[in-house]
Design a binder for this molecule. Structure first.
Ligand code: DC
Length: 221
């Protein structure tokens, strides 16, 4: 495709957004952007630097003063925070548990949305998150809302942890997913919801390949 579009993918935790967005971007030769990594990186920095996570004003200034860029690194588009490539340290359960302090903060979200919009200048991106089709790119050419049942999402997360050698309990993961769903959907600012013009795909019984094919069908129509 010669015209470069913006593809927005939203959905709850564990619906397969990262896998799907990465595969779709590869097929389209677009850049894949994981917006959640930005919230994770600033949360991680706040925790590491001993910030009071209950001080919303300080968190906004922290977000504003953190340089966040997506660059190619080891053949993958990677998030750099303050010039350093972020890795698995932003994916710990502690970071996940504390993200709400930033994700619920309207000032922080404003900073993040602006950065995300700047990243996409010129199009040719697939961005995944919670508010991409509703807030970040309300005029994106293509919007998808990727969903899956709680049980299926919990099983997928469980398998991911097992593959990484992390000991976890399936019922704990299921509970965490339900907690995150509630937080994501009930937050006062930019809650997770499907954009009215998004194509909804339930991936519970689909392979990643089938989901990507369904999206490509919509895009190439
Ligand atoms: O996609 P993820 O699970 O890595 O995202 C981590 C958290 O970041 C998620 O629980 C909510 C928040 N987030 C958000 O509020 N808005 C986004 N666009 C992306 C993520």
């Amino acid at each position: 495709m010669s015209v470069k579009y913006i593809v927005a993918i939203d959905g709850p935790a564990g619906a397969g957004k990262s896998t799907i967005a990465r595969m779709l971007a590869k097929k389209l030769r677009y850049v894949y952007i994981d917006s959640g990594a930005m919230y994770r990186a600033v949360t991680w920095k706040a925790m590491k630097s001993g910030y009071d996570l209950n001080d919303p004003v300080k968190l906004v200034s922290l977000a504003r003063n953190t340089m966040l860029e997506f660059k190619k690194y080891k053949n993958k588009i990677t998030l750099f925070a303050d010039g350093k490539a972020v890795g698995r340290e932003i994916r710990t359960t502690e970071v996940t548990a504390n993200i709400c302090h930033l994700a619920d903060n309207g000032g922080v979200r404003k900073v993040m949305v602006k950065r995300q919009q700047q990243t996409a200048q010129g199009g040719g991106i697939v961005m995944e998150g919670r508010d991409i089709g509703t807030k970040v790119f309300p005029r994106a050419e293509f919007k998808f809302f990727l969903d899956a049942s709680v049980d299926e999402r919990a099983r997928r997360r469980y398998r991911e942890y097992q593959e990484r050698g992390v000991k976890v309990n399936l019922s704990d993961i299921r509970r965490d997913i339900m907690t995150r769903d509630r937080k994501d959907k009930t937050r006062a600012v930019s809650p997770l919801r499907q954009a009215a013009d998004a194509v909804v795909i339930d991936s519970s019984r689909l392979t990643p390949r089938q989901v990507v094919d369904a999206m490509l069908k919509v895009i190439r129509k």
